[in-house]
Write a protein that binds this ligand. Structure first.
Ligand SMILES: Nc1nc2c(c(=O)[nH]1)N[C@H]1C(S)=C(S)[C@@H](COP(=O)(O)O)O[C@H]1N2
Ligand SMILES: [Mo]
Length: 199
């Protein structure tokens, strides 16, 4: 019966901000290096490794089922942004078009500009994850990863590769750009998986 006196004012918000993170109102740009500019005609996403090699055009992505996603975004440098609105193609729908080798358990995400980040197939194939081409009802601005980026809300945002152009399927886990430099191989924000314990 005392519940109402102790009612939290913002129950939703409180438990959505991972430990050690603070809210930001804007949408900071976090890029290592310069912003690649890719025109839609020449844009490609290539799949290789432990999957039949295949190339997708931007049109191919627009022809797949489109979904909206509202998700929180957590950068390991400690800012979080709530309720970012994206539109794009679900990873699980995309995977229907890929002929995967059963040995494939990990991926390397590759990007225009050379950035890479690793992810397990299990974390990649989460229902909510999307290949996004739209942010807040407009094409994703180049600095935020347009024409197309990955959005993986349950991991720190360095796993959400901007300017994605390749998916390399692997049997064993390999480490991407930040992971080689000491970031955690997985990066769960609620477990504060910021840095590798090996470094
Ligand atoms: N290709 C590429 N993708 C990237 C990065 C990058 O430097 N290059 N930075 C990562 C990091 S650390 C974060 S926090 C988010 C930032 O996305 P934003 O610039 O849209 O905020 O993109 C991630 N994806
Ligand atoms: Mo980040």
């Amino acid at each position: 019966m005392f519940d109402k006196f102790f009612k939290k004012t913002e129950p939703q918000r409180g438990n959505r901000i991972p430990p050690g993170q603070h809210l930001t109102n804007g949408f900071p740009v976090m890029t290592y290096g310069s912003t690649p500019r890719i025109d839609l005609q020449s844009w490609r996403l290539r799949v290789w490794g432990l999957a039949a090699e295949k190339e997708f055009t931007f049109q191919d992505f627009l022809a797949m089922p489109q979904v909206n996603l509202t998700a929180d975004f957590h950068c390991v440098t400690r800012w979080s942004k709530l309720d970012v609105t994206w539109r794009g193609v679900r990873v699980v729908d995309f995977l229907q078009q890929i002929d995967l080798d059963p040995q494939a358990h990990y991926l390397m995400e590759h990007c225009y500009g050379g950035y890479t980040t690793n992810i397990s197939l299990e974390d990649f194939a989460k229902e909510e994850n999307i290949f996004a081409h739209t942010l807040a009802d407009a094409p994703i601005p180049a600095e935020h990863g347009g024409p197309l980026r990955l959005v993986v809300p349950h991991l720190y945002a360095w796993k959400s590769a901007k300017w994605l152009n390749g998916l390399e399927f692997l049997a064993q886990e390999d480490l991407g750009f930040w992971e080689v430099n000491g970031y955690h191989r997985r990066g769960d924000p609620f477990a504060e998986e910021r840095y590798s314990s090996l470094s």
